[in-house]
Design a protein around this ligand. Structure first.
Ligand code: FAD
Length: 399
């Protein structure tokens, strides 16, 4: 089989890249190990994704945003950062970003579903996008003349360009011999959706407690009961997370109320619980000969600064624009200069926050007394520095 572009992985990044490349006269093959049913109806995975205004604008141009039900999109009005048992918070208000809200929150499985659905009308209108589901890529090789992708079924696809969108542990990236820095934080994150008595005022919380990190992501009210609802995120050592994930629902509710010091009143589990080990990944290179990485395969962020998918979309927007321009001008869509520009720009855009995020997670989760005092001082000083707060608000809004 022959095509212009092979995208490995039909997660949100792979699907959005196929969409962004459509309409430029390119043939695209998306290879995904999951079944087509799983792509059409992705299962809830607990992740509530905070999206910047910039990402939302891009999803609108792809026709993805309007495919997500209005009630499933929750406004992120403000962000609050707490330390220890103090009720003092560093507050980042939306007004500092110049928008009516900092960004939006949407469940990951709904983004996946909308991104998949958005391909249907493009294909109906003649876009040459083929989805090979239930297929796994087992080998890739590239040279100056072209690329070849081998599938587990025995099929081979020849292409001009291969793009890896196959997660932060990208096997395709490894097949291309690209090394990556991986940082294991030695902790896991439990995510689930809960209702609670007290309102969240559409503010996201990041709470660096003693021996735990908590986050609260505001969602629209529970569609059945109308109760206040949030995505709850608990970060602990792996064995504590395992114990928490196995508690029965009542015991879990009581423990989460206690961990949140009943600041939200009574809380009740509404969904399945999902656990993610915390490992961030930054490859040595984003590109190779006729090969590029996007999404988590390019930058696998720690979720605390809520930028993984936002970075993924920024990279996809940039790479797809360069490929489309090259095709329109009759140039090679996988030229060395094109890929080098993508590498350089995406690295500049992502590396600083990747390193800052590692610094924050290390300093802000250290439990010694001096670290707690320093954290408290940093939050109190930060609260008085409007330019600092504006910079954080701009970053959350994606500007
Ligand atoms: C708890 C949590 C909270 C998060 N919160 C935020 C947030 O608030 N804001 C934000 O911007 N980001 C957030 N993120 C990050 C965000 O979820 C990811 O950036 C995004 O989902 C990555 O999408 P992807 O398509 O790159 O990778 P994935 O979703 O991992 O998809 C990869 C796909 O590739 C397929 N695949 C893998 N190997 C092969 C193979 N060999 N052959 C064929 N197919 C293959 C897989 O089956 C999968 O479908 C969060 C992440 C977590 C874990």
């Amino acid at each position: 089989m022959q095509t212009d572009v092979v995208i490995v992985g039909a997660g949100p990044a792979g699907l959005c890249l196929a969409n962004a490349l459509s309409g430029a006269g390119l043939s695209i093959v998306l290879v995904e190990q999951q079944s087509v049913d799983a792509l059409r109806e992705p299962a809830f995975d607990g992740r509530e994704i905070a999206m910047t205004q910039k990402s939302v604008a891009f999803l609108k141009t792809l026709g993805v945003w309007e495919r997500i039900d209005a009630h499933a999109k929750s406004q992120l009005a403000d962000a609050r950062v707490f330390n220890g048992s103090s009720t003092f918070a560093l507050k980042i208000g939306h007004a500092l970003s110049g928008h009516a809200e900092l960004g939006w929150l949407v469940s990951n499985h709904l983004i996946r579903r909308a991104a998949f659905d958005a391909l249907e009308p493009l294909r109906a209108a003649g876009a040459d996008i083929r989805i090979m589901a239930s297929e796994r890529v087992i080998d890739v090789d590239t040279d100056a003349c072209g690329a070849r992708v081998r599938l587990e079924s025995g099929a081979t696809i020849a292409a001009q360009l291969v793009v890896a969108a196959d997660s932060r542990f990208s096997a395709t990236r490894r097949m291309m011999g690209i090394a990556a820095d991986m940082h294991d934080f030695g902790k896991s994150m439990l995510v689930c959706c809960m209702t609670h008595d007290k309102p969240h005022d559409h503010a996201a919380w990041e709470w660096f407690g003693h021996g735990q990190t908590l986050a609260l992501l505001p969602m629209n009210p529970d569609p059945e009961s109308g109760a206040h609802r949030s995505s709850v995120v608990v970060t602990l050592e792996a064995r504590d997370i395992d114990r928490l994930s196995q508690l029965d629902a009542d015991a879990f509710d009581r423990e989460i109320e206690r961990r949140f010091e009943r600041r939200l009143g009574a809380m009740s589990l509404r969904t399945t619980r999902h656990v993610y080990p915390l490992v961030s990944v930054y490859p040595k290179r984003f590109v190779a000969k006729r090969f590029a990485t996007v999404g988590d395969a390019a930058v696998g962020m720690h979720p605390v600064t809520a930028h993984g998918f936002n970075f993924g979309l920024a990279g996809i927007e940039m790479l797809s624009r360069s490929i489309r321009d090259a095709r329109a001008a009759g140039f090679d869509i996988a030229g060395d200069a094109l890929l080098a520009r993508y590498e350089q720009t995406h690295r500049q855009d992502t590396r600083p926050l990747y390193l800052i995020t590692r610094f924050i997670t290390e300093v802000y989760t250290h439990d010694s007394l001096p670290a707690r005092i320093a954290r408290d001082a940093m939050l109190r000083i930060g609260e008085t520095l409007t330019p600092f707060k504006r910079a954080v608000a701009m970053s959350l809004a994606g500007r």
